[in-house]
Design a protein around this ligand. Structure first.
Ligand code: HEC
Length: 180
């Protein structure tokens, strides 16, 4: 091989190497660009899919739809995992009165505690109702009018007191003058 041929070969060879390097770099950038776009579109697809999810699904099983009893229904949803209270007296009591009286919070005479209620049933249902309707401001504790729930009707207050009397030892309901 002549020197001239040598240098011609080297020139062509360098050109080929250069072209390969350019192609390799180009391929690298193109691949990384495509990959990034792919990852981004995947993330978007996931987000779109999650937003398009139906709120509920069609129940094609034919079985009646029931609220699972081990799942607490969201508050105010109308559905409740709690068993329905059938006693109207207890239902009235559960509206607000239980929040203090059940545990004896804030000086409230605890439901079912004969000592805390001593002397009260004897006042009679009419007086007890007046205490609740007007509220009580005793040194030991405060009860707001109607237990703090202005839309408690007199009838509901009577029912709630009846429930509370019936939790006391026998005789309290009769002393208060409510049905036992
Ligand atoms: C914020 C807490 C609270 C709530 C809610 C509450 N009470 Fe009371 N209640 C008290 C306290 C405190 C007393 C005791 C005051 C005292 O020492 O005489 C009391 C006393 C009573 C008495 C006895 C009154 C008397 O003359 O001796 C009755 C009956 C009563 N509550 C019924 C109810 C009913 C019915 C409700 C629901 C409508 C209710 N309470 C809601 C705190 C509460």
């Amino acid at each position: 091989m002549s020197d001239q041929q040598d240098s011609k070969f080297m020139y062509n060879f360098s050109l080929v190497i250069f072209a390969l390097v350019v192609i390799a770099i180009g391929a690298y950038f193109m691949a990384s660009h495509i990959y990034t776009g792919y990852v981004e579109s995947q993330r978007e697809d996931d987000m779109v899919a999650s937003r398009l999810q139906p709120v509920g699904e069609v129940n094609s099983s034919g079985a009646a739809v029931t609220v699972a009893s081990n799942v607490a229904a969201p508050e105010g949803s109308g559905a409740s995992a709690e068993p329905e209270i059938t006693d109207p007296n207890e239902r009235a009591y559960r509206r607000i009165c239980f929040s203090c009286h059940e545990m004896g919070i804030g000086g409230a005479p605890k439901t079912g505690d004969a000592t805390a209620w001593a002397g009260r049933p004897e006042k009679g249902i009419a007086t007890l109702m007046q205490s609740v309707i007007n509220g009580v401001n005793a040194p030991t504790g405060v009860m707001l009018p109607r237990g703090g729930l202005p839309d408690m009707t007199d009838e509901e207050i009577r029912s709630a007191i009846t429930y509370m009397m019936l939790q006391l030892p026998e005789g309290a309901a009769a002393a208060a003058g409510v049905d036992g």
